[in-house]
Design a protein around this ligand. Structure first.
Ligand code: GAL
Length: 433
């Protein structure tokens, strides 16, 4: 049943997902679509995404430019829902899909995030239209699988980000006498932050706690650094109760880093925190490599000159994957333009234009590496050599949205109370959704 908009507005996202059985309550809607289903429709592609930060904005523009170049007859309505890691997009899309007024396409993480949309049967199968044999054979198998959570293709992955990076301002760490390459584990990072604090005026670790996902991703990265990918995958697989000691240890470590965060962490966004590394206010930042897209977009901030990176301490050989994809909602306002766009996302041309600017690597294996620059070329190499490619909670690929939302609530609480024990309990309970 579709509840009236007024009723939906008054409830939290968590209650909303719970109340709809985690499947968006959308099953009842399919088949009742009043808008064009096949062919024709509007010639304007309305695209909803959250890429408005430095580097990300340029990347989506590069993609849309390539699309318009290939299909000069289509119009594009670029309609972002700003907010890192989709913090605002989710609600916008759920409401629009429920109201049978979806955009032509929207950004979503492949993998578990797709589950409620697939269960709700609100996405078109794009197996025949986009995933030709030629496209299938160009994609990595793990990426292909994430695009078809129920066995049939519903998404087109565009990029692969790495989450477990530690970026730094080269000048500050040099002044502090810290060698990032020698920081072997999360505890040693704590010592390095102490050194930066005593030797320079810089903030040792730039961070944003304005939204919960940044601290959640820091914790999951520390967890892998301390306990390894296998323990992490076991945890997200539903065994959080068996990892309570490890969960507490990683929370404790994050709490220790907290002494070295910038004072305004609670009121700034991830990209504002990252800017502190660019403008020389902060030494380190833990972020996905979308942060590198922001460095590339900055003036006079060169790789291995002004900035550099190491895999997060303790995670050598790990490539924590964050992917983005686009989908084809049913009741689509512009079927032809949408199909053309999704098809375009699967091409070498699209992935060559988008990824070098975005700070990500392509999921197709046949994209030329020349346009990628030395940082991303080394990420491509690290990806090829990686021993594990774990999924992530903060970026939705490891758990269904309801569990992710519970985890965000746990971390929103953590960044207020910094209470390790109560947060560990909430993490355990988050998986009992
Ligand atoms: C991730 C997304 C990235 C980047 C990042 C920061 O979830 O996959 O492409 O946008 O959030 O917002």
């Amino acid at each position: 049943m579709v509840r009236p908009a007024t009723e939906r507005n008054g409830i939290t996202r968590r209650t909303y997902l719970k109340g709809t059985g985690g499947a968006l309550g959308l099953a009842a809607l399919t088949g009742s679509g009043v808008r064009a289903q096949q062919g024709g429709g509007s010639n304007t592609l309305e695209i909803v995404h959250w890429w408005t930060a430095g580097g990300e904005k340029q990347a989506i523009q590069a993609l849309l430019d390539g699309y318009k170049r290939k299909y000069p007859d289509v119009q594009v309505q670029n309609n972002p829902a700003p907010g890192g890691a989709g913090s605002a997009l989710d609600t916008v899309i759920q409401n629009r899909v429920l109201n049978q007024n979806p955009p032509s396409t929207f950004q979503i993480w492949p993998g578990q995030s797709l589950a409620p949309y697939v269960q709700g049967n609100v996405l078109n199968d794009i197996g025949d239209s986009v995933w030709t044999q030629q496209v299938e054979s160009a994609y990595l198998e793990s990426v292909r699988n994430a695009a078809k959570p129920a066995g049939n293709y519903v998404a087109v992955p565009l990029n692969i980000h790495r989450l477990n990076n530690l970026f730094y301002n080269a000048d500050i760490v040099e002044r502090a006498g810290v060698d990032p390459g020698s920081i072997n584990d999360p505890a040693a990072l704590s010592n390095a932050l102490d050194t930066v604090s005593s030797q320079t005026n810089a903030t040792p670790l730039a961070h944003s706690t304005q939204e919960a996902w940044t601290t959640l991703q820091l914790w999951e990265t520390v967890f892998i650094g301390q306990h390894g990918s296998e323990a992490f995958l076991d945890l997200v697989g539903g065994n959080a109760g068996q990892h309570q000691g490890q969960i507490r240890q990683s929370l404790q470590q994050v709490k220790q880093y907290r002494r070295h965060f910038n004072r305004d962490a609670g009121s700034i966004s991830w990209d504002q925190a990252n800017s502190k590394v660019i403008n020389g206010e902060a030494a380190f930042v833990q972020q996905g490599d979308w942060a590198a897209g922001q460095y590339e977009a900055a003036q006079n901030f060169g790789y291995q000159q002004q900035w550099d990176y190491v895999p997060f301490p303790g995670t050598n050989g790990v490539y924590s994957m964050v992917m983005d994809s686009f989908v084809y909602p049913k009741n689509n306002p512009s079927p032809d333009a949408t199909e053309k766009f999704l098809d375009y996302c699967s091409t070498v041309d699209a992935q060559r234009r988008f990824n070098p600017v975005k700070g990500s690597i392509p999921p197709r294996t046949d994209v030329p590496t020349a346009p990628f620059g030395p940082f991303l070329r080394s990420q491509i190499q690290d990806f090829k050599n990686s021993q594990s490619q774990p999924t992530t909670i903060a970026h939705g690929s490891a758990v269904v949205p309801e569990v992710k939302s519970n985890m965000e609530e746990a971390f929103a609480g953590f960044t207020e109370s910094w209470n390790v024990d109560s947060t560990a309990t909430r993490i355990r309970d988050a998986f009992q959704a």
